[in-house]
Design a binder for this molecule. Structure first.
Ligand SMILES: [Zn+2]
Ligand SMILES: [Zn+2]
Length: 345
């Protein structure tokens, strides 16, 4: 009897193409940045989940987010895959595992002839009341982001950041606190963290966040009393927002919409707020360092947790993370994928 063939190394069956990471024996892309025939999607952020693909496999939550953003697709083109479920595509077994990044975010595990690669998309390791916690999946190659892949990035405790916000609200009862937060994930997490911290008043949300807040609610995430923040609406007194908390997309806080709020304290919730200059550039008075990505220590700890001998790095500060991983004995490779933005900007 012949001994079984050794498992084929993922570099022999995963290709980096202009549209993204391509799985040859399954004939699909993971998070393609261009429209393709078949895609497997890690999560709903716009740079990972783009419009225009043919068949899409993703978690039911991610598919719902894509439908909310891009409109409904014929059902036969959508393959929902829950955490822990697996699906055969071509010669490859595909399964989804929580990434802890936003609602529905998944690490995608690809298994081919005994070899296993996990594409984690974006991930974080901190507890988040709005999504399932990251689960380490043992594999031969772990594909990681490097958004905060520099030693300067060490995120503080999110509860301390929310406490800072509530202290400021108590200190300035005549002012309105407006928080810039990314529409998918960050906004809902801030709201949930405020509820955990005991803030029971209505929270006012910019119209651009309403759909995704409703979607979170439909998936069982309790956000409490949310009211539309119709700043400057005719007939509404500016005073209405005194002492209140308003959540808006980052682009709205500094524009005309934001200026209609009564003497706003401009806040921004992002891992980038660790960089004071970024906060200053954006006119942020109260930076809140709250991130949906792993920080430097968490990236490196995750490599140990998943136990993969090899790490592939997709986007962010690839160089620094690659060197740190190599120094710890991992075989590390920068994929230099393009098209993924720093979504927390
Ligand atoms: Zn993301
Ligand atoms: Zn990303």
């Amino acid at each position: 009897m012949r001994p079984p063939a050794p498992a084929p190394h993922p570099e022999t069956w995963i290709e980096i193409r202009p549209a993204g990471m391509y799985c040859v024996p399954g004939r699909f892309y993971v998070d393609p940045v261009r429209p393709v025939d078949r895609a497997v999607i890690t999560h709903g952020h716009a740079d990972h989940a783009r419009a225009g693909h043919g068949a899409v496999a993703a978690t039911p939550e991610t598919l719902a987010i894509m439908t909310a953003r891009y409109g409904a697709e014929p059902e036969q083109n959508r393959q929902p895959l829950r955490y822990g479920e697996s699906l055969r595509i071509g010669e490859v077994t595909v399964s989804m595992h929580p990434a802890g990044h936003v609602l529905g975010s998944a690490q995608i595990c690809l298994e081919y002839r005994g070899a296993r690669i996990v594409a984690s998309g974006d991930y974080k390791r901190r507890a988040d009341p709005t999504c399932a916690a990251f689960e380490p999946v043992p594999c031969d190659v772990f594909v990681t982001e490097a958004t905060f892949g520099l030693p300067v990035f060490r995120h503080p405790d999110d509860r301390a950041e929310v406490a800072k916000l509530l202290d400021s609200v108590a200190l300035f009862p005549e002012r309105c606190h407006v928080i810039g937060a990314y529409a998918l994930g960050k906004a809902q997490r801030i709201i949930a963290l405020l509820r955990q911290a005991g803030w029971e008043r209505p929270i006012y949300v910019h119209g651009a966040l309403q759909t995704l807040c409703d979607l979170y609610r439909d998936h069982g995430i309790d956000l409490g009393d949310l009211q539309p923040a119709t700043a400057g609406r005719k007939g509404v007194a500016r005073d209405e927002f005194k002492g209140e908390i308003v959540i808006a997309p980052p682009s709205a806080i500094a524009d005309r919409w934001g200026r209609r709020l009564p003497d706003p304290v401009v806040c921004m919730a992002s891992g980038w707020m660790r960089v004071r200059q970024r906060a200053r550039q954006r006119g942020v008075e109260l930076p809140l360092i709250i991130s949906d990505h792993a920080d430097w220590d968490e990236l490196l700890a995750t490599f140990d947790d998943v136990g993969a001998p090899e790490i592939w790095i997709t986007h962010g500060s690839e160089e620094a993370l690659m060197h740190a991983a190599a120094a710890r004995g991992y075989r590390a490779r920068a994929l230099a994928l393009v098209g993924y933005e720093e979504e927390e900007q």
